[in-house]
Write a new protein. Structure first.
Lengths: 605, 389
C-alpha cells in the first residue's frame, strides 16, 4: 500500500490470522497470499518472509508475531486492505496468540488435508471462537495424493464444531484454490468496527527491540487515529511517549505517518525497554487518559525455571550480557543470578515453557557462542508457611526446611490430547503414571480427545516427547495452567560420594520418589565415566537414602606404547583429554559430564 | 650453559610386505619379493643426514635405531655402506647401540649374520604373539614357530641383546592366552621385552573396522597378571611397556626419547628433535621429513631438501613435552634434568605439578616420578598438569 493512498474505509478492511499446526503449511500459505496481493516479487518470496529468525525457520514455528498489510483487488472491483497477523504456533506462547487473535475479526483454520486436525490448532481455534472471530476452515495440501478432504472436514466438524462443508480446498504450494480463498476472505470475514472520530484506543499485539529504533510495537487501532508526533500514553504504566515513527509492514517497514481505527501497523515511541510496551497493553493519547484499557491484559509469567551455567567460568560476563540482550526482545524471559556449589556462578532463568527454554538455550549457544549447562527444568511451587506467609519456589535446592511448611502446592494444568483411537490405551497409561486425572473423553471420528488434569511438573518432564513416542508421533497436546493444588511433595537429593549436588535436586511427589530415585542413580551410573576411585551415587530424601549405585573405579588409564620420535599425536590426544575434562563439572573430586545433569529428565526411558 | 643432551639417530625404512591392520606407522606394503630401491634409498638417507649435520654440534652418536616398516627387508650390504657413510660424518661413541627392527620371516632371519657383520648389535623382533590364531587376526605373516626359529637364528648370529615385541589385549584374547604368550617369550630368554597393549589408532584398518576387544576388566586382569609374571621372571619394568633383564639391557635409544634427549630423524616420514639455544634460552626444534617413499626419494633433486615441516617448541610446550616423556619411566628422571633439557625453572615445575602432587600421584625431590597409582593413571596425571611456562 503506497503511503499517499486514500484511507481505506472500515468496510474495506479485513484483519485476519492463520491458525495452523506446525508444518501444516502456514508459511507457504502466507507467502502465497502476499504474492497474490503483489506484496513481494517471486524472487523475494524465495525466502519465506514472515518467519525471520533462523531458529523460527528451522523449527518451522513463529516465535514473534508479525504482520503484513496488503492491497487486494477483489472481483467486485473494490480494493480491500488485508491485515494479516501472523501468530506464534506453540503452546508456550498461548498468551501472545490470544492477543494476536484479539486484533482480528477472522481467522483461517489451516488443516493439512492429509494429516487432519491436531490439538494445538484446536486450542487456538477455541480461543478464536471465544473471542468472536469468524473462523474459515481451509484444507491445505490438496495436491498430495493422500489428501482426504472428506475425512478431514468431518474431523473439523466433530472436533471443533465448525461447519466445514464449505471449506476452502487449496494447495498453497501449487496455488490451487487460492483466488477463491481470497474472495472468501472478503465475503466471510467481517470488516472491523470502530469510530475514527473517537479518542485513540489501540492494542499492543507484540513488541520487540530494534537496535536502531528501540522498541517497535505492532499495534491494532480500535478507535480514533494515531499520527506521527502524537503524545501517547501506555495504560499499564501511565507513562507518556512521543509517537516518532508510525507505519505499516508491506512486509517491508513503510512509514505512513498515520494509523486509523480498524488498521494494523507499527509504532516507535522512543521506548528503550520492552517492559515499557508490554504485549496486550492499551495505547491512547496523553490528552485522553479516561480511555479504558482493552480487556485481557496479563503480565506474562514464566512457568518453568532452570539453572543455566557457563561451562567455563570465564564466560559468566558474556552470558550475562547475552541474557540482557535477549531479554530486550523477550518480556517473558526472567533471570536472576544463581550460585551453585556444583556448577558455580550462573543464572536461574524463567521460561514460558520447555520449548521456550530450548529456543533460548539454542540462541545463547548459536548467536552468542556460549557453552552452557542447563539443569533439569522445574515448575514453580507454592508454599504455605506455618507463619501464614505464602512463598514461591522455583529452585529445588532453595526449598526451606519442611518443618516450617504447612502445605506444599504444585501447579496443575489442564491438558488436551488428540490421538487416534488405537493409541488411547497407551496415552491413558502414561497420564495415569504421571498422576493425571481424567476430566473428559470424547470420540471424534477416528480420533479421541482426552482431557486430563496433570501436574505441570509431569508435563514439563519430557511428556510431549514421550507422548509422541508412544503414539508413533500421532498425538498432539495443548495445555494451560489451571491452579495450585496441595500435594505430598518431597525433595529428592542426589549425593555423589556423600556430597549433595544442589544442581541435581528435584521436587517430586512422595509416591514417585523411590522408583524415580532408583532409575536416576542407575542413569547417573551410566553417564558418569569410570574414574580413579569408586564413585557412589545415592538418591536421598531428607537424610534417608532410598537408592544407590556405584561407578566402579578404573584400574588404569595409560597409553600403552609411545615411541618413535613423533609426539604430535600423543600431544593431540592429551589436548583432547584436557578439553573433555573442561566440559566436565568437578563435584568434590568427581568429574561429572553435562549429560548427567539432565538425567533426571530422562527417568522415563 | 649446561652441555647439550646426548644425540641419537633414527632411521626410517617405509616398506613392509603387508601393512598390518593395527599399524599406524608410515609403512607401505609392497608384497613378497618386491624389488626395493635399496641403493637409491641409502643414497637419499646419507644426503638427508648431510642436510641435518648442522644440528649435531660436535656430539657423537650414542645410539642408532632403524625402524619401519620392516627394515630387515633391506639387505645387510646396504647397512654396511650406510653405517660407514654415517660414521664418516658423525663419530660414534665406543659403546654405541645400533638396533634393527626385524620380522621373524624366513627371508629376514637368513640375513641376521649379515646384519651382525654390518655392525648392528641389537635386534628388535616384531613377534607380537605366538598364538597362530591371534597372529592371523593381527594380519601378521609369520607363525608362532617362525618366531621361535627367528630367535634361535638371532642368537646363533651372535645377538644376545635382543628385544621381543609382544602385544596384549588382542581380539578374543583371554588372560590365559596372554600369559601363555609371555611364557613362550620368557622361554626364549630375551634381554628385553616390549609388552604393550593393542590400541586402535586412527588411520588404520582396525580403526575403521574395529575388532571386538576384550572387556575392560579382562584387560586390567591381563595387565596385572602379566606384570606380576614378568617381575617374577626377573624382568624389571622400567617404562610403561618396557621390561629389561638388567639396567644395562634397557633400550638406550628409547631411554633417550624418554629422557628428552636429542635425536636426528632421517628417512621417509622420520621425526627428529634437537635442542637449540637462542640468547641463552632453550627451545627444541622438531623437524619431520617427507612421508611418501617416492616423494622422499624425489627430494634428492629438490632444493627444499627432505624436510616436510619443522616447528620450534618454545616455553609454552617444552615443559609438557618433557613430562609427557619422562613420566613414562617408572623411576622418572633426576629433577635436574628438567632445567637442563627445557631451560625452565624448578619453580615452574613445582607450579605445574602442584595439583597432581597434592593428589598423591607424583613426587618431586631429587627425582621427579609418578607414584605407582600415578603411573597406572598417567593419562589423568598429564591431563591435570598445568602448562608450565
Amino acid at each position: 500500500m503506497a503511503k499517499d493512498a486514500a484511507p481505506s474505509p472500515l468496510s474495506n478492511i479485513r484483519n485476519f490470522s492463520i491458525i495452523a499446526h506446525i508444518d501444516h503449511g502456514k508459511s507457504t500459505l502466507a507467502d502465497r497470499i502476499i504474492q497474490l496481493c503483489g506484496g513481494l516479487t517471486e524472487r523475494e518470496l524465495k525466502e519465506q518472509v514472515l518467519d525471520s529468525m533462523d531458529i523460527e525457520r528451522e523449527r518451522g514455528i513463529t516465535i514473534k508475531a508479525q504482520s503484513v498489510t496488503l492491497d487486494y483487488q477483489a472481483e467486485d472491483g473494490e480494493v480491500y486492505q488485508f491485515n494479516f497477523i501472523d501468530t506464534p504456533g506453540h503452546v508456550d506462547f498461548s498468551y501472545e496468540v490470544s492477543r494476536s487473535l484479539y486484533a482480528c475479526e477472522g481467522a483461517l483454520l489451516v488443516v493439512d488435508a492429509a494429516q487432519g486436525v491436531e490439538a494445538q490448532s484446536v486450542g487456538n481455534c477455541y480461543t478464536a471462537i471465544e473471542q468472536g472471530l469468524e473462523v474459515l476452515p481451509v484444507l491445505n495440501k490438496m495436491d498430495l495424493p493422500q489428501a482426504d478432504p472428506e475425512e478431514v472436514s468431518q474431523q473439523i466438524e466433530e472436533i471443533i464444531g465448525l461447519d466445514a462443508t464449505d471449506a476452502c480446498r487449496v494447495s498453497a504450494k501449487s496455488g490451487l484454490g487460492m483466488e477463491q480463498l481470497l474472495e472468501r476472505l472478503v465475503r466471510d470475514i467481517p470488516p472491523p468496527k470502530g469510530n475514527r472520530e473517537a479518542p485513540l484506543q489501540a492494542l499492543i499485539i507484540d513488541s520487540w527491540f530494534d537496535n536502531y529504533l528501540g522498541v517497535v510495537s505492532l499495534i491494532r487501532v480500535f478507535d480514533g487515529e494515531l499520527r506521527k508526533g502524537d503524545k501517547v500514553e501506555m495504560k499499564s504504566t501511565g507513562r507518556h511517549w512521543d509517537a516518532n515513527v508510525v507505519g505499516i509492514f508491506t512486509p517491508k517497514r513503510t512509514e505512513t505517518n498515520v494509523l486509523r481505527a480498524g488498521e494494523v501497523g507499527f509504532l516507535v515511541a522512543g521506548i528503550k525497554d520492552i517492559h515499557g510496551a508490554p504485549v496486550g497493553d492499551t495505547i491512547t493519547h496523553a490528552k485522553t487518559p479516561q480511555v479504558e484499557r482493552l480487556p485481557g491484559f496479563q503480565k506474562v509469567k514464566p512457568q518453568v525455571y532452570a539453572g543455566m551455567f557457563p561451562i567455563s567460568a570465564d564466560d559468566y560476563e558474556a552470558f550475562r550480557d547475552a541474557l540482557e540482550k535477549l531479554a530486550l526482545n523477550d518480556a517473558s524471559l526472567d533471570y536472576v543470578p544463581e550460585n551453585s556449589d556444583a556448577l558455580g556462578f550462573g543464572f536461574r532463568v524463567g521460561f514460558l515453557g520447555t520449548l521456550h527454554m530450548e529456543i533460548i538455550q539454542e540462541r545463547l549457544e548459536r548467536e552468542y557462542d556460549l557453552d552452557l549447562l542447563t539443569t533439569a527444568p522445574t515448575v514453580i511451587y507454592e508454599l504455605l508457611m506455618d507463619s501464614g506467609e505464602v512463598i514461591y519456589i522455583s529452585n529445588p535446592s532453595k526449598l526451606p526446611d519442611l518443618s516450617s511448611v504447612a502445605e506444599m502446592r504444585e501447579p496443575i494444568t489442564r491438558a488436551t490430547i488428540l490421538v487416534p483411537q488405537e493409541y488411547v490405551g497407551n496415552v491413558i497409561t502414561e497420564c495415569v503414571n504421571r498422576r493425571g486425572i481424567q476430566k473428559d473423553m470424547q470420540v471424534l471420528g477416528n480420533q479421541m480427545q482426552l482431557t486430563y488434569e496433570l501436574p505441570m511438573s509431569e508435563v514439563v518432564m519430557d511428556f510431549f516427547d514421550r507422548l509422541k513416542s508412544i503414539t508413533k508421533g500421532y498425538a498432539s497436546l495443548d495445555y494451560s495452567f489451571e491452579r495450585f493444588e496441595a500435594a505430598k511433595l518431597v525433595r529428592l537429593d542426589v549425593l555423589i560420594n556423600g556430597d549433595r549436588v544442589d544442581a541435581l535436586a528435584v521436587i517430586i511427589h512422595r509416591d514417585q520418589a523411590e522408583p524415580r530415585g532408583r532409575v536416576l542413580v542407575e542413569k547417573m551410573k551410566e553417564l558418569i565415566p569410570r574414574q580413579m576411585f569408586d564413585v557412589a551415587v545415592q538418591a536421598a530424601i531428607g537424610g534417608h537414602v532410598i537408592a544407590r549405585s556405584t561407578v566402579k573405579a578404573l584400574r588404569k588409564n595409560v597409553t600403552a606404547k609411545c615411541y618413535g620420535g613423533d609426539v604430535s599425536r600423543k600431544k593431540k590426544l592429551l589436548q583432547k583429554q584436557k578439553e573433555g575434562k573442561k566440559r566436565m563439572k568437578q563435584v568434590g573430586s568427581v568429574e561429572i559430564p553435562q549429560d548427567a545433569f539432565l538425567a533426571v529428565l530422562r527417568t522415563n526411558d | 650453559m649446561t652441555a647439550l643432551p646426548p644425540l641419537s639417530l633414527y632411521i626410517h625404512v617405509p616398506w613392509c610386505v603387508r601393512k598390518c591392520p593395527y599399524c599406524d606407522f608410515n609403512s607401505h606394503g609392497v608384497g613378497h619379493n618386491a624389488e626395493l630401491p635399496e641403493d637409491a634409498y641409502i643414497d637419499a638417507l646419507i644426503d638427508d643426514l648431510a642436510q641435518d649435520l648442522a644440528m649435531v654440534e660436535a656430539r657423537p652418536l650414542h645410539s642408532i635405531f632403524i625402524g619401519g616398516g620392516t627394515p630387515s627387508l633391506l639387505s645387510p650390504a646396504v647397512f654396511q655402506r650406510l653405517f660407514s657413510e654415517i660414521r664418516a660424518r658423525i663419530p660414534f661413541t665406543p659403546d654405541i647401540e645400533i638396533t634393527l627392527e626385524a620380522n621373524p620371516g624366513t627371508v629376514e632371519r637368513s640375513r641376521f649374520d649379515g646384519f651382525r657383520e654390518a655392525g648392528i648389535n641389537r635386534l628388535s623382533l616384531g613377534i607380537q604373539s605366538f598364538n597362530d590364531a591371534h597372529l592371523t587376526t593381527l594380519g601378521r605373516i609369520h607363525s608362532g614357530d617362525d618366531a621361535e626359529q627367528a630367535v634361535l637364528a638371532a642368537r646363533s648370529a651372535g645377538f644376545d641383546n635382543f628385544n621381543i615385541d609382544i602385544m596384549h589385549g588382542l581380539p578374543g584374547q583371554r588372560v590365559s592366552d596372554a600369559l601363555a604368550d609371555i611364557e613362550r617369550a620368557l622361554s626364549l630368554a630375551p634381554a628385553h621385552l616390549s609388552w604393550y597393549q593393542l590400541t586402535l589408532e586412527p588411520n588404520t584398518e582396525f580403526y575403521s573396522h574395529p575388532p571386538r576387544l576384550p572387556e575392560e576388566e579382562t584387560l586390567f586382569d591381563i595387565q596385572d597378571e602379566g606384570h606380576e609374571r614378568l617381575k617374577q621372571a626377573g624382568f624389571e619394568r622400567y617404562e610403561i611397556s618396557a621390561y629389561a633383564r638388567s639396567p644395562a639391557q634397557r633400550s638406550r635409544h628409547n631411554l633417550n626419547y624418554w629422557q628428552f634427549g636429542d635425536y636426528l630423524g632421517i628417512g621417509a616420514g622420520a621425526h627428529g628433535k634437537v635442542t637449540r639455544t637462542d640468547n641463552g634460552r632453550l627451545s627444541a626444534l622438531r623437524r619431520w621429513k617427507s612421508r611418501q617413499p617416492d616423494a622422499y626419494l624425489r627430494r634428492r633433486a629438490d632444493p627444499r631438501g627432505y624436510v616436510a615441516g619443522q616447528q620450534v617448541i618454545g616455553d609454552d610446550e617444552i615443559g609438557l613435552e618433557f613430562l609427557l616423556n619422562a613420566l613414562r619411566l617408572v623411576e622418572g628422571v633426576e629433577t635436574e634434568l628438567w632445567s637442563a633439557r627445557t631451560g625452565l625453572s624448578l619453580e615452574a615445575l613445582e607450579r605445574a605439578t602442584a595439583r597432581v602432587r597434592q593428589r598423591g600421584l607424583l613426587t618431586l625431590n631429587q627425582r621427579i616420578a609418578t607414584s605407582d597409582k600415578g603411573l597406572a593413571f598417567l593419562n589423568d596425571v598429564l591431563a591435570d598438569i598445568e602448562p608450565p611456562a
